[in-house]
Design a protein around this ligand. Sequence first.
Ligand code: ZN
Ligand code: ZN
Length: 247
Amino acid sequence: MEIHTLGTNGWYDTRVSSTICTLILDEDYAIILDAGYGIEKLSRIELGERKVHLYLSHLHLDHIAGLHILNKFIFTQGLAIFCYDGSEKYLRTIVAPPFTAAFEDLPYSVSIQELGIGTFNVPYPVVTNQLIHPGGSMGVRLNIGGKIIVYCPDTGYCENAVALSKDADLLITECAYKSGMSNELWPHLNPESALRIAEESGAKRLLLTHFDANIYKSQKERDRIKEDLNYSRKDIIISYDGMVLNV
Ligand SMILES: [Zn+2]
Ligand SMILES: [Zn+2]
C-alpha cells in the first residue's frame, strides 16, 4: 500500500506546497483524505478501476477548496464522500452554482454519507471520533489492506486522538505549529504534541503534514523538526508534496 502526500500545507497554497490532501493507494481503493488544492496532483496517479473514497475531516476551506476541480477527474467507479454529521448540506451549497458545478453535473456518480461518532463498515471498518478544533473536526481510523491507518487532521492534543491511534501502523496528523507554539483559542498540534499522541497510542510510524503556510515557509524549516525533537526512536516522516511512502 502506498501513501501519497499530494498537498501538505495548512491554510493556503505557497510555492512550497499545496493545501492538504493525502492519498492512500490500496489494491482496491483510492482513499483521499481531505480535498485541499493538493487534490490536483491526483491526475498524475493511475487509479485504474479502484473505488474512490473521499474523507472530509471538516469544512475549513483549506480542506475542501479542491472540491471545485472535481470535474477534472474521471472516477470510473464513482466517488463516495464521507463527512461528519451535519456537513452534507454545506457541501451541497458550496459544490453548486454559482460557486462551481454541482455534484450532479460531474461526469461520474457521487454519493455523500455523513458519519457520526462510531464504527462503520464502508465496507472496510472505519472508526470516527471528534477532535478539538473550532467548528469540530473528524478523525478517522481506517482498517484497510491489513493495515491500520489513522488520520487526525486539525486538532489540538486530545484523548480522542490517542484512542483513535491505538497501535496504528501509521498515524497521519497535522503539525501546523512549530516547536513550543500553541494557541488555546485555535488548537493545532506542534511537533511535541503530535509526537505525544504517537507515543501514548503506540502508533508505529508518524507522518506529519498540514504545516501552516504562514509559519513553515520552507521545506528546510519542516525538516528541522526532527533535529529539534532530538528524538530517534519513533519513525517520524516529514511530508512534502509528491512524497510516496510504502506502508
Ligand atoms: Zn486546516
Ligand atoms: Zn481547520
